[in-house]
Design a protein around this ligand. Structure first.
Ligand code: R5P
Length: 299
């Protein structure tokens, strides 16, 4: 017996996944005590059931992650048969190393806490992986990293006037997504170099002559403040380029990111619904449900 349950920010995806897999959908009751602490109740007995638990993390990632950990631990205490956790956008991944003395390496600690919660498997989409490669081997429990990049590349086609598209990765980390997108569109890609000087201070450089006269698809995992893309656009606009579309999996769009991007000459943003935003063109519920259905058939 299986059950899909959702955290406070997971309903939009958990409901669809439950429907696609014909499994019961059970939202958790989540509210804040007057002092800001979380109250959580699982509203149906999880005893001896395989639980698919989905919680999105954005807006208040620390609280959302804590809600996830509390709920997983409780599902295990209440003797669920297994708990498969889904965090479509996994936060805290960018600090995956100690760049300055004494810094917290949040990515590693987060995986360790999730493992200690007793979770049987973690599924996410386009995890920001730079220096951490084989997550399952490093952290000792199954971590599945799905991608939405092929679907995003296909969705971008309706925004271009022609098929002479070149894919642009704003930094070396985005090369993995540029490769997927360019394979999907059967075109080429270039990788730029990014140096981050502060939260919104970024420089982007590289050999861009190949963009001349072409349509551009910039790909990245996250748009946060938009600074990476604004500086990529600045470089692109030095050439005669046609439409410039940005495709990203997780459109966090914090502060005035959209204003900055459109003022810098971006023609459109397309993204998924890992976090709710105005530019959702790819539904990751399909990607997750397809994976789960293969997983349950195998096991
Ligand atoms: C970091 O390397 C990520 O892949 C993104 O490029 C980054 O998070 C985007 O952040 P922002 O929009 O604030 O430049």
């Amino acid at each position: 017996m299986k059950m899909v349950i959702s955290g406070s920010k997971g309903h939009h995806l958990a409901y669809k996944i439950a429907k696609k897999l014909s499994i019961d959908f059970v939202p958790c009751e989540v509210r804040l005590f007057p002092d800001g602490e979380l109250y959580i109740r699982i509203t149906k007995d999880p005893y001896n059931k395989s639980i698919i638990y989905l919680q999105s993390c954005y807006g208040d990632p620390s609280r959302d992650i804590l809600e996830f950990i509390f709920t997983v631990r409780t599902l295990k205490e209440l003797n669920s048969k297994e708990v498969i956790g889904i965090i479509p956008y996994l936060p805290y991944m960018r600090q995956d190393d100690r760049f300055k003395n004494y810094e917290v390496v949040s990515a590693k600690i987060l995986f360790e806490i999730i493992r200690e919660s007793g979770l049987d498997m973690l599924i996410s989409i386009d995890i920001h992986l730079h220096r951490l490669a084989d997550l399952t081997r490093i952290f000792g429990f199954p971590i599945v990293n799905l991608t939405a990049m092929e679907k995003l590349a296909l969705a971008s086609l309706e925004y271009f006037d022609d098929r002479d598209i070149i894919v642009v990765a704003p930094d070396s980390e985005a090369e993995q997504w540029a490769k997927l997108a360019s394979d999907t569109l059967n075109t080429d890609y270039i990788v730029l170099q990014k140096v981050r000087h502060g939260d919104e201070e970024v420089t982007v450089s590289g050999e861009l002559s190949g963009v001349e006269g072409r349509s551009i698809l910039i790909v990245d995992d996250i748009i946060s403040t938009g600074s990476t893309l604004v500086n990529t656009l600045k470089e692109l606009r030095k050439f005669n380029v046609k439409r410039v579309i940005a495709a990203c999996t997780h459109a966090l769009l914090v502060r005035n990111a959209e204003e900055k991007l459109f003022n810098a000459g971006l023609d459109a943003i397309i993204s998924t619904n890992t976090v709710l935003n105005p530019y959702m063109k790819v539904d990751v519920a399909d990607i997750i449900a397809e994976y789960l259905s293969r997983h349950f058939t195998k096991n």
